[in-house]
Design a protein around this ligand. Structure first.
Ligand code: HEC
Length: 167
């Protein structure tokens, strides 16, 4: 009887040690490279810009011109940019980056959701939808900035661009 108890007591700490090995803390699994302004200026902003500039209308000497991806390569670049924006939502949720467990997570998830739709409509080669989803993406960016980065607010304003160039 006494021996059996001893034996069990020995197994428990071993199991706990095993569990700790199997599930390392999140911070131990990855290495964040960009700080928050860098992640915004080097990952979010340039890829969102590719998406926003893909479809639009310009008025020049020849009248109104429609901008749209013309080649498979150009469409692929739009898809790639949308994937980066979508996955960046996960980067924002990482321990060490997330500023809280509430609205920050909701808004990061909103970026993933709009990014997935951005991928989908690009894959469908639907330029009107790319334009519309781009506008919604812009709203997701500005909504988070309105809460956490009021000085940035509109991501492509001159101040934000200057900040991006400076880093
Ligand atoms: C979940 C919140 C969140 C979302 C979503 C978000 N941002 Fe930001 N963004 C921030 C925060 C916080 C800062 C301020 C960073 C700092 O200065 O510490 C910032 C700053 C920026 C800056 C200024 C960076 C600099 O160099 O100072 C740019 C540009 C930017 N964001 C672009 C974007 C774009 C484009 C999107 C959408 C595609 C986006 N952000 C979505 C939180 C967010």
């Amino acid at each position: 009887m006494y021996r059996r108890r001893r034996a069990r007591a020995g197994i428990a700490p071993a199991l706990i040690a095993l569990a700790a090995c199997a599930a390392p803390a999140d911070e131990d699994r990855y290495t964040a490279v960009a700080d928050m302004p860098e992640l915004m200026a080097h990952v979010l902003e340039p890829n969102a810009q590719v998406y926003w500039r893909a479809v639009g209308w310009v008025i020049d000497a020849e009248g109104e011109q429609e901008l749209r991806p013309e080649t498979e390569e150009e469409w692929l670049a739009v898809e790639n940019a949308a994937f980066v924006v979508a996955e960046a939502g996960n980067l924002l949720m990482m321990d060490g980056r997330a500023l809280d467990d509430g609205p920050w997570m909701t808004m990061s998830q909103a970026l993933i959701d709009i990014g997935r739709r951005a991928v989908q409509v690009a894959e469908e080669r639907d330029e009107q939808a790319v334009f519309d989803v781009g506008a919604e993406m812009y709203f997701v960016c500005t909504q988070c900035h309105a809460t956490y980065a009021l000085e940035t607010l509109r991501p492509s304003d001159e101040r934000a661009q200057a900040a991006g160039e400076g880093s």
